[in-house]
Design a protein around this ligand. Structure first.
Ligand SMILES: [Zn+2]
Length: 135
């Protein structure tokens, strides 16, 4: 769990694209040093967890009602960049939020993009990923 961290040191740029080194950005969330304050921050940290292969973080940031029993990441797929294009709710005083994003990847040498409107809920002060909104 989470032992595959290809090419990612805490001093390198965070995969979420926030502009900070990984160790001062999503790495702090992955390490459990702090919690995501907003739905967007949780979304970014989950993208970064996909990028660094932190399955344990993906599972614990997934809501208990929708969390898969286990998760396997495709080793041939590399997550290369994230664009958040819209948010609704998900702020410091909200209990639900939606974040729409484009997640860019390469698989088998070809680029691709996943677009999703993710729904988030906050329980006991912690944000969780719920599911993808139906389009
Ligand atoms: Zn980050």
């Amino acid at each position: 769990m989470g032992k595959r961290r290809p090419g990612n040191t805490s001093a390198g740029p965070c995969p979420c694209g926030g502009g900070l080194p990984y160790g001062r950005c999503c790495g702090r969330l992955h390490a459990g040093a702090t919690e995501a304050a907003t739905a967007e921050a949780l979304m970014r940290s989950r993208f970064a967890a996909f990028a660094v292969g932190d399955i344990a973080y993906l599972l614990r940031s997934w809501h208990s009602t929708t969390r898969p029993a286990r998760l396997r990441l495709d080793p041939g797929q590399r997550w290369t960049g994230l664009e958040v294009v819209d948010t609704a709710g998900g702020g410091l005083f909200d209990t639900t939020g939606v974040v729409e994003f484009h997640a860019h990847y390469r698989a088998g040498g070809r680029p691709g993009t996943l677009t999703e409107r993710s729904r988030f809920v906050r329980e006991d002060g912690r944000w969780f990923y719920l599911d993808a909104e139906e389009s």
